[in-house]
Design a protein around this ligand. Structure first.
Ligand code: UDP
Length: 455
C-alpha cells in the first residue's frame, strides 16, 4: 500500500497579497512530498476564481461566523468573535481530518493571525507563522511592539535609525505607525504578530538572504528558527518547472490574460510602462487624474491595471482617447506581464509581492507607495537596492502629471534607466540563485521539510 503523504495545513490571511506567496510556498512543499490543505475563509472563497492547484494541494473553506459579511468590516467590528469562530472551526477541521485518517502534523499560518499558534498548541501539532512582508518591515513593527520605536523619541523627529537598517525618515516607516490614530485595528493586527512568535517552531519569511542580509542577520541572531523561503514566485519564472507550477491558483480578481498578452506582443522591446496599485490600495480622484494624464503625456506605451472599484475615477473618455498607446484592464496576470520583453518599467505601489516579483524578473520601478508597508519597501527599492526612482509629492500633497512623466522617462530612457536596469538584472540573478537547488531559500525549505518530518 502506498505510504500516505505527511499532511500540513496552510492558512493564509484571505487577501490577494497574502494568498499568492503562501500558495507558491505550498507548491514547493507539495513538490517535496507533503500533502497540503490550504484553508480559506468561506466568505472570501465565494469570490475566488479557483484553478486546480495541483495534485497534492486541496482547498478547504472554514467559516468565521460571518459568511455574508465583508471581511474587512468583520475584522474592524468583530475581531474577537472572528478569532473565536475561526479557532473553533480550525479545531473542528482538524478533527475531521483525524477521523478521516489524515491527521495534520503542522499548521503554517499567516503571521498576522497569531491566534493560530494557540490552536496548533492545543491540537499538539507544530506551528509556523509565515511572514508575507519584508524582514525590514517586520523588524520595524517588532521595534514598535517592544516600545523601542517610541512616539516621542522617533516619531517626533524627521529621521532616525534602528539596528541593521539605513537611516530613515518618518515617512519611510510602515504608514500605519505614524497614522496610528487612523487605522488602530489594522495597526494592532500587524503589531500583534509579535505577541507569541517566539513560541513558534519556525519563522518563515518571504524574502531571500542576500536581499535583506543585515536585518536578517540581526533577526537570526535573536530568533535562530527564522528561515527565508522566498521569493515565492512560481518556478517557471525562475527558469525551472515544478510539476505543480502549471497552475496559478487562487484569484480574488479575474485577469484579462488574453487581452494583455496579445496587446503586449504587438509592442516593441522595453516600450511599455506597466502600472498597478495591487489589490487594495485606492488612489484619490484628483491624484488618479494626474496619474492618467502623466501616462497619456509620456512618450511610452502603458498597460494600466485599474480595479473595477477604481474605474469611475478615470477621466472621461480616457480609455478610448489613449487606445493607440495604452491598455487599461481591471486585473492582469502580473507575473506574465512583468516577464514580457515589451515591459520596460513598473510603476508600482510597492506591495511586497509586486516588489519581489519586479526584482525577480529584473524590472526597474517608478515607486508610488500608498500606505502600510509600501512606504518602507519604497525606501529600500530606491536607496538600498537601487532599482527604482520615487515620484515626488508637491506641497499640495499631489504627484503632478509632469512629475509622473519625468520619473517614467528617467527609468525608460537615458543613463540612469540603464543603471537601474543593470541593478535589477543583478537582483534577478540573486533571486534565482536563492531559489535554485542548493540556494539559500531552497536549502531552508528542504530543512523545514526534513525538520517537519522528524517531528
Ligand atoms: N496582481 C496580479 N494582477 C494584477 C495586480 C496584482 O496578479 O493586476 C498580483 C501581484 O502579482 C501580486 C499581488 O497581486 O502577487 C499583489 O500583492 P502586493 O503585495 O504587491 O500588493 P497588495 O495587493 O497586497 O497591496
Amino acid at each position: 500500500m502506498a505510504r500516505k503523504r505527511p499532511h500540513v495545513l496552510v492558512f493564509p490571511f484571505p487577501a490577494q497579497g497574502h494568498i499568492n506567496p503562501v500558495l507558491q510556498f505550498s507548491k514547493r512543499l507539495a513538490s517535496r512530498g507533503l500533502r497540503i490543505t490550504i484553508i480559506t475563509i468561506a466568505s472570501v472563497s465565494k469570490s475566488m476564481h479557483l484553478q486546480p492547484c495541483g495534485a497534492s494541494i486541496e482547498i478547504e473553506p472554514i467559516s468565521d461566523g460571518f459568511d455574508e459579511a465583508d471581511l474587512t468590516c468583520v475584522i474592524k467590528a468583530h475581531l474577537g468573535r472572528f478569532v473565536d469562530n475561526v479557532s473553533q472551526n480550525l479545531v473542528n477541521l482538524v478533527g475531521k481530518f483525524v477521523s478521516a485518517g489524515n491527521p495534520p502534523i503542522a499548521l503554517v499560518y499567516d503571521s498576522i493571525m497569531p491566534f493560530c499558534l494557540d490552536v496548533a498548541r492545543k491540537l499538539g501539532i507544530k506551528g509556523a507563522p509565515f511572514f508575507t512582508q519584508a524582514c525590514a518591515v517586520s523588524a520595524l513593527y517588532y521595534h514598535y511592539y517592544e516600545g523601542n520605536l517610541k512616539i516621542g523619541d522617533h516619531l517626533g523627529t524627521t529621521s532616525f535609525s534602528m539596528p541593521a537598517m539605513p537611516v530613515m525618515d518618518i515617512g519611510d516607516l510602515p504608514s500605519l505607525i505614524p497614522d496610528r490614530d487612523l487605522y488602530p485595528v489594522f495597526l494592532s493586527q500587524l503589531v500583534n504578530q509579535f505577541s507569541n512568535f517566539q513560541k513558534a517552531d519556525w519563522l518563515l519569511v518571504n524574502t531571500f538572504d542576500k536581499l535583506e542580509e543585515e536585518v536578517l542577520n540581526w533577526m537570526a541572531s535573536r530568533w535562530p528558527t527564522i528561515k527565508t523561503v522566498g521569493p515565492t514566485i512560481p518556478s517557471l519564472y525562475l527558469d525551472k518547472q515544478l510539476e505543480d507550477d502549471k497552475y496559478y491558483g487562487l484569484n480574488l480578481f479575474h485577469p484579462s490574460t488574453e487581452a494583455c498578452m496579445k496587446w503586449l506582443d504587438t509592442k516593441e522591446k522595453s516600450s511599455v510602462v506597466y502600472a498597478s496599485f495591487g489589490s487594495i490600495a485606492t488612489v484619490g480622484g484628483s491624484q488618479m487624474e494626474e496619474l492618467a494624464m502623466g501616462l497619456k503625456n509620456s512618450n511610452e506605451n502603458f498597460l494600466w491595471v485599474v480595479r473595477a472599484s477604481e474605474e469611475s475615477k478615470l477621466p472621461c473618455n480616457f480609455v478610448t482617447e489613449t487606445s493607440e498607446k495604452g491598455l487599461v484592464v481591471n486585473w492582469c496576470p502580473q507575473l506574465q506581464v512583468l516577464s514580457h520583453q515589451a515591459v520596460g518599467c513598473f510603476l508600482t505601489h510597492c506591495g511586497w509581492n509586486s516588489t519581489l516579483e519586479a526584482m525577480s524578473l529584473g524590472v526597474p520601478m517608478v515607486v508610488m507607495p500608498q500606505w502600510t508597508d509600501q512606504t518602507t519597501n519604497a525606501k529600500y527599492i530606491v536607496d538600498v537596492w537601487d532599482v527604482g526612482v520615487r515620484v515626488k509629492v508637491n506641497d499640495k500633497g499631489i504627484i503632478t502629471r509632469e512629475e509622473v512623466v519625468l520619473r517614467i522617462e528617467e527609468v525608460m530612457e537615458g543613463e540612469r534607466g540603464d543603471e537601474l536596469r543593470r541593478n535589477a538584472g543583478r537582483w534577478k540573478e540573486l533571486a534565482k540563485e536563492a531559489m535554485d537547488k542548493g540556494g539559500s531559500s531552497d536549502r531552508n525549505i528542504e530543512e523545514f521539510v526534513s525538520e517537519l518530518l522528524c517531528t
